[in-house]
Design a protein around this ligand. Sequence first.
Ligand SMILES: *Cc1c(COP(=O)(O)O)cnc(C)c1O
Length: 478
Amino acid sequence: MSGPPEILKRIPKVEKVIGWALKDEDLQDQSHARLLKAARLVLSELRAEILERRLLAVPADQIVLEMVKKKTQDLNQARFKPLINATGVVLHTNLGRAPLAWEALERVRLTAQSYSNLEYDHLTGRRADRLKPVEELLVELTGSESALAVNNNAAALFLLMASLAKDRKVIVSRGELVEIGGSFRLSDIIEAAGVTLVEVGSTNQTRIDDYRRAATLDHVALILKVHASNFRQIGYASQVEIEELSALARAVNLPLVVDLGSGSLVDLEPLGINETTVKKALSAGADVVSFSGDKLLGGPQAGIIAGKRPIISQLKSHPLTRVARLDKMSLAALEATLLLAQDQDEGKKKIPVWRALHLTIEELKTAAIRLKRFLGPFPGLKLSVVPVDGQAGGGAAPESPLPSFAVAIESLVNNVSLLEEKLRRQKTPVVARISHDQLLLDVRTISPDEYGPLKTSLTAAWGEVVGSPVKVSPFMGL
Ligand SMILES: *Cc1c(COP(=O)(O)O)cnc(C)c1O
């Protein structure tokens, strides 16, 4: 038997493999550069497998060529792609937060595929401000004096701090200095803007007197209140609400800045989601608020700032506003989303996040029954419809579960964790969670358009679990 060094010598030379590829019909439309890249990758993988003795002979020429074909396809595949969110978490930061409304996507396509009036007033022939259209909508929707949109809410916060408080102090409650996932700490952002934090209160208790004492310090620029995002304190804990804080801020002549995190334009209290609206935060006395575009608003990534005109004007003239500028595609999507939000009933139908949050429990149950019927019987799996708790996500109301329904899948042959993994690895990946040995497909975040691809992925994934292709009955109608 020959060892790896002997076998390695039998690996075909890259020129030879390219020669085969160039003659192959399936590869006619591939560039030479891509074939070369694919061939090199395949040959180096073969070499590694032989050295590690996972491969004991060089595959036949035809098989090497097939590997090159497969590799060429892989190299052509975009790796950033859609997937099915079966978790029931409406705003899932790892899964791209808010899916956009059709109207928003259409505006992006129309304005981005050609030239546009992004910064040009075609009526006067003069230069125009790219943000004006969304600013006017934001003023209308939030009831603020003025507004501004930047790249994301973290940038909005950074801009607020750098512009209003650089080299000075900002008063903030210790209980509100949270980390927002992905190792993003608010305090780091604030301090990076050249601001000194004055933390008041204790971890669980902050009272108005704590703020009042801090406000007597020298060089205080503003009072900051931050939405605690995914973090909630229960039991003996309290923070000072906007109204009380704003009375103090006015008395000591300091601006009150509120980072709302999610910032909803609709009142979500009727859904049991304990989140204030942007309008309420402003009328409660915040001088300026900031929030994300792709959380409860349901639009593209953006950081929106709304509030008093003199503050917004000061922000607009800061160089960071240019640094954190919103791009034309986000701007188009944001304007279209805000146009839909003007009519709340229309928004609840057409903005996917609003629609998902407003689905009634009856609608969700009906959807789960339909999905179960659509998926049909699977040999070896038991499907049922069960009540579950989902979440709004995006840092909004973590303590308020969103009751929903799911199709629960139990495996009759092994535990479902292998199926969960295989589902994630399909061409259309499906992300689902497991609870009590059941794989749960929460219908709140699955649109009926996705039922077909979901069934395809489930069929393939289950086939891989049991080691043979699964035959499922064709679907006969809902
Ligand atoms: C999500 C969040 C942010 C960050 O917003 P991005 O738009 O992701 O930059 C900042 N502050 C709070 C309180 C948040 O919840």
